[in-house]
Design a protein around this ligand. Structure first.
Ligand code: C5P
Length: 236
């Protein structure tokens, strides 16, 4: 048995600007359930967590109407301006309970189709790693670099070296706290996931191939796709 506890952090303090909705995207519905409830149910079904923290926006008026708010295992804290601030707030919430070598898995609330098998594989493959890593998938499209603010292609990138970063991302509590702290201080705005903070702190996170259906809800059309994926995953 792995001696280190697994803590779960699910940032849900975003306001979902790209969804063209007054409601933050975690409160849009998938099969008549809030996105936040679908995602948390999936993660908690996996079991083996020492605790779960969900950072929420300071003006959040919807959480108390989510079924997850009635689950005493789920704790909340106030999120921050950027995703990294929200994750940092959750880590601060866990300070004193999580040990430096414990694992923290950070999963975006906007990825409701995450599969049990992926979470188990991530935990198992990285269990003995000093740093940790993330679920990811190799890029299959040809990737173009376009001049900012224009439609002009500057170059074609070598896709054989490129992977799409998913969540969960799994790192050691102590190292992640330090890396995020440094990242927020020295590279504000550039820390778009935990791995990028760890990379800047000199670590080399590992990629663990994940299912391509672990999509992120970004635009309204993604909700329909997620409902389709969830229906197909039943029993798989
Ligand atoms: O907006 P985007 O999809 O990139 O957000 C990724 C995740 O980070 C979402 O789960 C969102 O709720 C969360 N987030 C946060 N605090 C912020 C911004 C985003 O918890 N300030």
């Amino acid at each position: 048995m792995n001696a280190h506890a697994f803590w779960l952090v699910v940032p849900a303090a975003g306001i979902g600007q790209r969804m063209q909705s007054d409601l933050p995207k975690q409160y849009l519905t998938l099969n008549d359930r809030y996105l936040v409830d679908v995602t948390l149910d999936r993660l908690l079904t996996c079991g083996g967590w020492a605790g779960c923290v969900v950072p929420l926006h300071r003006g959040d008026q919807w959480w108390r109407t989510a079924s997850s708010s009635e689950n005493p295992f789920i704790e909340t804290c106030e999120g921050g301006d950027e995703r990294a601030d929200s994750v940092m707030a959750a880590l601060a919430h866990l300070r004193g309970r999580a040990r430096d070598d414990d694992w923290v898995l950070v999963h975006d609330v906007a990825r409701p189709c995450v599969h049990n098998d992926d979470i188990t594989r991530l935990r198992n493959q990285l269990a003995d790693d000093p740093c940790g890593g993330l679920l990811a998938a190799p890029v299959s499209d040809t990737v173009k670099e376009v001049a900012p603010g224009t439609d002009q292609v500057l170059a074609t990138r070598d896709r054989s070296r490129l992977w799409r970063a998913f969540t969960p991302q799994m790192f050691r509590f102590g190292a992640l706290c330090e890396a995020l702290q440094q990242g927020l201080e020295h590279h504000p705005g550039a820390i778009t996931d935990e791995a990028s903070a760890m990379e800047r702190a000199g670590w080399q996170p590992r990629v663990v191939p994940g299912r391509a259906d672990n999509i992120k809800i970004t635009v309204p059309e993604d909700l329909v796709l997620a409902e389709f994926i969830l229906a197909r995953q039943v029993g798989s």
